[in-house]
Write a protein that binds this ligand. Structure first.
Ligand SMILES: NC(=O)c1ccc[n+]([C@@H]2O[C@H](COP(=O)([O-])OP(=O)(O)OC[C@H]3O[C@@H](n4cnc5c(N)ncnc54)[C@H](O)[C@@H]3O)[C@@H](O)[C@H]2O)c1
Length: 432
């Protein structure tokens, strides 16, 4: 252990990151910037080629910062897992999606683990960063590593450390967001903590990898449940004839005991719609139903349907139907100011509108292609806005000039209250 701690301290440790996506690429760059020799392994040869050419595929990583570490020889990407034979630390950042029945799909973690086991050697630290259910690190990964004949805490170290990246966040980045670390043993926590302390201001050690796994699921279930609750408040306000945004703004004046969440067209991204299902699945194996998770999922996945019903209602007022109407959807990314469309609720809204016979166009300042049959990209100009029977705001990108959008549109359904500051033309706006 002393050797690895020493190598981490004097920067002679060779660091490896498996999975160079939204999470793994910034992590690899941060280690490279701190002076480590970093090898990034990714299964996608196109991404590997791009990274080695200094071309980033991740919005929060710009080409200049990537090129700096690549040109200095501090970061090298490869598809070849044989690179693992020379590395001292391995951080696993592969995807953890859901299967068709919303069960956890940890096959990417399993593939990465198998490759690591092939090259596992004395003095190596392995840290799982992918979001997963409590028990993955010590029940699934550890036994495979022990099958190599090497001993945990003596020959190798194993920990879980959830990633907390928030794409597009201008204030909190990897280095100033506290990092949770839970080793399978106390020694494992100590070694992993030492590694991450080199690049992150605050590292929070935990008693076990399971507790660390649960932290991530608490954080994201907390968001999913609160968003589900506020979405239900939006549905209730609609029935009561109240403006949900006015109610939330007023409640948020309370200086304690209230936290603002916003309703919207549904959940999006790679984390919040998925992670609570990891928790619910694990609890099902222990004969326990995660009721808040189920209820929030029910309400949140119903929101695109509600939005489409609202669009149908406002078109109806104009003596039109969704079928045959020209509908321009503004914003397909799942959150403002990013180009990430994973699980974006806008996509479900679009699919439902197309299924009802709408003529659907979209514009997004960061995205020009969306793989949905029948959907077309539209340039955003006065003619297009005016041509559309209805403009639907699904993502509140900050670069949009909402005053101009309202001025030139005939009818607007605003699912994000993006037009809150627009004074003129409010009669055209229908909020969630
Ligand atoms: N994106 C976020 O904001 C975020 C935030 C917190 C946690 N997470 C979690 O982090 C993990 C990674 O998420 P992401 O958003 O970076 O995913 P991503 O899809 O952007 O990146 C994953 C990368 O892993 C590669 N990959 C897949 N299988 C591989 C394998 N067997 N070996 C090597 N490379 C492989 C893919 O090619 C891809 O480049 C997930 O568990 C996710 O839930 C993501």
């Amino acid at each position: 252990m002393r050797t690895l701690i020493g190598k981490i301290t004097d920067r002679s440790a060779h660091v490896c990151v498996i999975g160079l996506g939204y999470v793994g690429l910034p992590l690899a760059i941060e280690f490279a910037r701190a002076g480590y020799q970093v090898t990034g392994i990714d299964a996608d040869p196109e991404k590997v080629k791009g990274i080695n050419a200094g071309e980033s595929h991740v919005q929060d990583v710009n080409d200049v910062e990537l090129r700096q570490v690549v040109d200095r020889g501090h970061l090298q990407a490869t598809t070849d897992f044989a690179a693992l034979c020379k590395v001292d630390t391995v951080s696993i950042c592969v995807p953890t999606p859901l299967g068709k029945t919303k069960d956890p799909d940890i096959s990417y973690i399993m593939t990465a683990t198998q490759a690591i086991c092939e090259y596992l050697h004395t003095g190596q630290l392995v840290v799982l960063e992918s979001t997963t259910y409590p028990g993955t690190t010590d029940e699934v990964i550890l036994p495979q590593m022990q099958n190599t004949g090497l001993h945990l805490g003596k020959d190798f170290f194993l920990a879980f450390s959830p990633e907390r990246t928030d794409p597009g966040n201008k204030s909190f980045h990897l280095h100033n967001t506290p990092k949770i670390i839970g080793g399978v043993t106390a020694k494992c926590t100590k070694v992993a903590k030492h590694l991450y302390q080199q690049i992150i201001e605050t590292v929070v050690p935990m008693s076990s990898s399971r507790a660390a796994e649960m932290v991530k699921l608490l954080e994201n279930t907390f968001r999913a449940v609160n968003i589900g609750m506020v979405n239900e408040v939006a549905l209730m306000c609609d029935r009561l004839g109240l403006d949900v945004w006015e109610v939330i703004d007023a409640a948020a004046t309370k200086p304690f005991g209230f936290m603002r969440f916003h309703p919207g067209p549904g959940l999006g991204g790679h984390c919040i719609p998925l992670d609570p299902h990891y928790l619910a699945w694990k609890l099902k194996t222990l004969d326990y139903r995660a009721r808040f998770v189920e209820l929030a999922d029910d309400i949140n996945t119903g929101m695109p349907h509600y939005v489409v019903t609202r669009i149908g209602d406002v078109l109806n007022e104009m003596q039109k139907s969704i079928k045959g109407s020209r509908i321009l959807v503004l914003g397909v990314a799942y959150k403002p100011d990013t180009n990430d469309i994973r699980e974006s609720p806008a996509l479900e809204v679009i699919r439902l509108l197309l299924a009802k016979g709408g003529e659907v166009f979209f514009h997004d300042p960061f995205i020009t292609e969306v793989d949905i049959e029948g959907l077309h990209y539209a340039e955003l100009n006065e003619r297009m806005l005016n041509w559309a029977d209805c403009v639907v705001i699904t993502t509140h990108h900050s670069v949009y000039d909402y005053r101009w959008i309202v001025q030139h549109s005939r009818l607007i359904v605003d699912t994000r209250n993006a037009t809150r500051d627009v004074k003129k033309g409010r009669e055209k706006i229908h909020k969630l």
